[in-house]
Design a protein around this ligand. Structure first.
Ligand SMILES: [Zn+2]
Length: 427
């Protein structure tokens, strides 16, 4: 290991771990100590230490006295499943999903080492994954631990699924897992997965996601010498393509900024992310390409939207074509209708705890999209209110009180969901 933080990592038990009163500080809640321990595992891309995570989860399963299954969905990519079988295991199950990987860090921008899980005087715990989403993993585990200790049992089976590779697109994780026979065996009725922090007192819940389209537009043109007015150049076409895409971008930005009820999830974002072409200063190139990252809300008609792109290309000039590096077409939304039994259980529990919910479309992509794609309902929810959104950012942190409050939220949510009365299709 290299870097400025060498030798500054706290020991395994953490700064305040171990219980009792140390130096006049009250003992740390064991759930917080466990959270900080999990944060110290380096499940960071590009080479996540998944073995460490699996070992940790095996220990959790042992402590909870629940069976854990390991499903290798791709070489070196294991989905772990801890199951608490319900009293009526034939009913559809509740799945509590979390991913074990985290995104890379720029260590020099962090005030504490990103894998030390330092807790400051205000109780803020700094680590990569503190929000996205190691907090949720430990909150699930601790809620289950407390419910088991209280002697509870529910009619529906609860599965905790721990998946790899969410942060690199889920291709060797959830995307493959949903097609695996072991996924079928979960007999899933409803899933909870990650959401985002909310800086206000409210909690954000996500019932759908925007579809990512990654597109490259190719502009061929007549080559020639850089000293002439060559006709039909690639650059002229490129300019028209860029203008069309960026003018639309501007309109969507205006739409977002002028409507109070819009969030990022309600509009289409377009960003020009790559440009290629050219060989020399004095050679007019035979082709120039430009790539865009588009995120399209589920309310947009995708066929019509692609027509628009076709028109932009046609208008740009002769032989302008496009192709997709990624084109998601799933527009399934999870029901937030008050008559939906899952949503009813979720929302009424939150209401009973005086929590304000804000329903939104997730602006980026999570593993929930693969669950929704196979026709199952999933709600994205990370119980973090009064917290700035710091996922993938420097100095990602979560306050220990917010973290502990989240465990209590799951202690109420899990019984409500696992106690949903048999649905008409289950009778
Ligand atoms: Zn995440």
């Amino acid at each position: 290991m290299a870097g400025q933080w060498c030798g500054m990592l706290p020991d395994k038990d953490g700064l305040n771990g171990g219980g009792g009163v140390q130096d006049g500080h009250p003992a740390e809640d064991p759930s917080v100590t466990l959270f900080r321990e999990y944060l110290r595992l380096k499940t960071v891309h590009p080479e996540p230490d998944y073995d460490a995570a699996l070992k940790f989860l095996e220990r959790m399963a042992e402590e909870l006295a629940l069976p854990m299954k390991k499903v290798e969905v791709c070489p070196g990519r294991v989905v772990a499943i801890i199951s608490w079988i319900g009293s009526r295991p034939e009913l559809k199950s509740v799945v509590l999903n979390s991913h074990t990987d985290v995104v890379p860090v720029y260590e020099e921008h962090w005030k504490h080492h990103p894998f030390a899980a330092v807790k400051d005087a205000d109780g803020n715990i700094y680590a990569r994954g503190a929000q996205d989403m190691k907090s949720v993993t430990i909150q699930y585990i601790e809620a289950i631990r407390r419910l088991k200790a209280a002697g509870k049992r529910f009619s529906r089976t609860i599965h905790l699924t721990f998946v790899p590779d969410e942060e690199v697109g889920g291709h060797k994780g959830m995307e493959t897992f949903v097609k695996h026979p072991e996924f079928q065996k979960l007999n899933m009725g409803f899933a909870l997965d990650e959401g985002l922090a909310n800086p206000t007192n409210a909690y954000t819940v996500f019932y759908g996601e925007r579809n990512p389209w990654w597109i490259t537009v190719r502009c061929p043109g007549s080559p020639g010498h850089g000293s002439r007015f060559v006709e039909n150049t690639a650059a002229e076409k490129l300019r028209r393509v860029i203008n069309s895409f960026l003018e639309f971008r501007e309109k969507e930005k205006q739409r977002l900024n002028t409507s109070e009820c819009f969030t990022l999830g309600d509009v289409t974002t377009i960003n020009m992310t790559m440009v290629k072409g050219g060989v020399a200063y004095n050679v007019v190139p035979a082709e120039m390409d430009v790539s865009f990252d588009l995120r399209i809300p589920p309310t947009v008609n995708l066929q019509e939207f692609e027509e628009k792109i076709k028109v932009w290309c046609r208008e740009a000039g002769e032989d302008v074509t496009y192709d997709f590096a990624q084109k998601h077409m799933d527009q399934n939304l999870t029901s937030t209708d008050e008559n939906d039994p899952w949503w009813q259980a979720f929302s009424s529990t939150c209401k009973a705890m005086n929590m304000t919910l804000k329903k939104e479309i997730f602006p980026a992509a999570t593993d929930s999209r693969f669950i929704r794609e196979v026709g199952l309902p999933a709600i994205g929810f990370s119980p973090m209110n009064l917290t700035p959104i710091l996922l993938h950012d420097h100095n990602e942190y979560l306050n220990e009180q917010v973290f502990l409050q989240g465990i209590q939220v799951y202690e109420r949510l899990i019984p409500a969901l696992a106690g949903v009365a048999p649905l008409s299709a289950e009778l």
